[in-house]
Design a protein around this ligand. Structure first.
Ligand SMILES: [Zn+2]
Length: 280
């Protein structure tokens, strides 16, 4: 929300082009389950930056288990913080102070699941255009230091073009990029993001939809395999019931992963700023 978007206006056509290029390689193989995306196809960025792995940790903001352990990992990561909750501001500040990226973890309606899993001011497909806009704006103001947004749940909302057009439009106005968590194979986010002209990243591997060390270690192996074929991998884990398991497995895997790739924040995976046209 800081430096990013202020200079986007004149760059939108270039962004749109870049996004179209970045999303062209998608295979649409993400799992349909609410937390089940697996390794999926991704366009290959070129360049000599080496392989990059971006760890995103969801569900900060509610004093969840593993919060301190995740923020203390010896890597740069991205903290996705839910708005309007008891530790929203504290967790966002702590993550920012440690040099991590902060993004808004926007609660959005799933196809299945209890409404109380969503949290306050969630984006529901039954809401009016005005109400959706208001809730997204409020969420962005509620999470300090936010530079992007991703969806919490959202298998229903992210398949709805009207809803996502408003969400992504507000993100663009506030200078935020969007990370598609890929909780639905029907996600319209790539299409709408290209239309709106907003930088888009996508989740490749969910680490902890089963709360066991064995499962998380297996998913970290999926991350390694993804990096064997692609220049970068975005992987999502969670604080909460799996927080200590996932942070422990990550801590253990970091030395080996660092042999293959460099840990980066999501903002480091965004397309480079296109050069501004020279003033004549
Ligand atoms: Zn979540």
């Amino acid at each position: 929300m800081r430096a990013y978007g202020q200079i986007w206006g004149r760059r939108l056509s270039l962004w749109t082009l870049l996004i179209a290029t970045l999303t062209a390689g998608a295979t649409g193989t993400a799992s349909a389950s609410e937390a089940g995306a697996q390794s999926a196809g991704q366009a290959e960025p070129s360049g000599e930056v080496g392989r990059q792995i971006a760890v995103v940790i969801d569900d900060f903001g509610n004093n969840m288990k593993g919060t301190a352990q995740m923020l203390d990992l010896p890597i740069k990561l991205t903290a996705a913080v839910m708005p309007f909750l008891p530790s929203t501001k504290r967790d966002a500040e702590a993550a920012f102070q440690k040099g991590h990226d902060v993004i808004v973890h926007m609660p959005m309606e799933p196809v299945k699941g209890r409404p109380n899993w969503l949290g306050p001011n969630a984006i529901l497909t039954s809401l009016s255009d005005e109400e959706i806009r208001k809730r997204v704006e409020m969420a962005i103001s509620d999470v300090p230091h936010a530079v992007g947004m991703n969806n919490h749940m959202g298998s229903k909302a992210t398949a709805d073009e009207r809803v996502m057009r408003i969400v992504l439009q507000v993100c663009k106005e506030k200078g935020l990029f969007f990370l598609d968590s890929r909780t639905s194979y029907k996600s319209v986010i790539p299409k709408v993001a290209a239309e709106v002209g907003i930088p888009l990243l996508r989740n490749n591997v969910f680490l902890d939809d089963v709360y066991t060390t064995r499962h998380v270690s297996k998913q970290l192996q999926v991350v390694r395999e993804h990096l064997g074929k692609h220049e970068s991998c975005v992987t999502i884990g969670h604080v909460g019931p799996s927080g200590l398991i996932t942070s422990g497995a990550l801590r253990e895997a970091i030395p080996q992963l660092e042999r293959d790739a460099r840990f980066v924040k999501l903002t480091q995976l965004l397309p480079p700023d296109p050069p501004l046209p020279a003033n004549k």
